[in-house]
Ligand binder design. Structure first.
Ligand SMILES: Nc1ncnc2c1ncn2[C@@H]1O[C@H](COP(=O)(O)OP(=O)(O)O)[C@@H](O)[C@H]1O
Ligand SMILES: [Mg+2]
Length: 271
């Protein structure tokens, strides 16, 4: 049995949201990791799950090393669920995937659903980082959340793939909440929010700009919302967190150049 005490004694069944995309590399892992931390910073009990069995990298973005027990071990019934729950930045709980090929072969995706039911008792938000595409593991990940958010880039090829993902999710009974547009540059070739909403028939919940700070933060192994909370992508993700949690949140005023110089000279860890 799962020890609820370990995760703060919360027994309320939370919202479980799958973050999926048709195409790989749209930013699912970045969004799930940072959204999870942002929700935790807002005081929510959050569990992020790496369900991307083939490309498990959620824990890397969250700067977690030394993760002996992963979702793979639990799926293969080689470990207990509570041993695969780790504490990440801002108190977010992380259930990591594993990186070993041997374990990937052993993993049984069917067991995921059963596990998610257990996990969904544990927090306010369960965020699931799904694999891209519509392979069996991706479809399984769509099944395990009650709600779906598609993470897409504003290009026609990504949008049409996202539409397929959304339609499959609907068929499976997973409710599409909306889309997150990531790596938005506002170039003329990009589809607009309105065009994307018309194609996907769901609201756009967040527009996250292309932001070099995203890669910088992941190189440091520190989530962007912790490393650089005033960067444009971090602000967009925090706004999404506030929206999902039903919290009113105003982004901080941009820092004046004089203040920035003072902070660089006399304090603040900004490197
Ligand atoms: N808003 C952004 N601005 C700049 N780079 C980004 C942004 N979002 C994601 N990336 C980068 O894009 C790549 C893919 O992101 P990732 O979250 O791993 O995608 P996925 O999980 O969908 O495969 C990573 O190198 C990541 O750092
Ligand atoms: Mg990923």
């Amino acid at each position: 049995m799962v020890s609820t005490a370990k995760i703060g004694g919360v027994t309320v069944e939370g919202r479980s949201i799958v973050f999926a995309s048709g195409k790989g590399g749209t930013g699912k892992t970045t969004v799930v990791a940072n959204l999870g931390v942002a929700l935790a910073q807002f005081g929510k009990e959050v569990i992020v799950i790496d369900a991307d069995i083939t490309m498990a990298n959620l824990s890397l973005i969250l700067g977690m090393e030394d993760i002996p027990v992963t979702l793979h071990d639990v799926l293969a019934r080689e470990a207990d669920l509570r041993d695969a729950i780790y504490e990440g930045p801002a108190g977010v709980k992380v259930i990591p995937g594993g990186l070993s090929l041997e374990k990937i072969k052993k993993a049984k995706p069917e067991r995921l659903r059963e596990l998610i039911r257990e996990i969904s008792q544990m927090g306010d938000f369960i965020l699931i980082d799904a694999p891209a595409g519509l392979e069996i593991t991706s479809v399984t990940a769509l099944l395990i959340g009650k709600e779906l958010i598609v993470v897409t880039n504003p290009e026609i090829s990504a949008i049409t793939d996202s539409l397929k993902t959304k339609l499959v999710a609907e068929k499976l009974g997973t409710l599409p909440l909306g889309a997150v547009l990531n790596r938005v540059t506002n170039e003329k070739t990009e589809l607009t929010k309105e065009e994307i909403e018309a194609i996907l028939e769901v609201p756009v919940l967040a527009i996250i700009p292309e932001d070099p700070e995203v890669k910088r933060a992941s190189a440091y192994g520190v989530p962007l919302v912790v490393k650089n909370p005033t960067s444009p992508a971090a602000i967009a993700i925090k706004q999404l967190a506030a929206k999902l949690a039903g919290i009113r949140w105003q982004p901080p005023e941009p820092e004046s150049p004089i203040k920035r110089v003072f902070r660089a000279l006399f304090g603040g860890k900004r490197r």
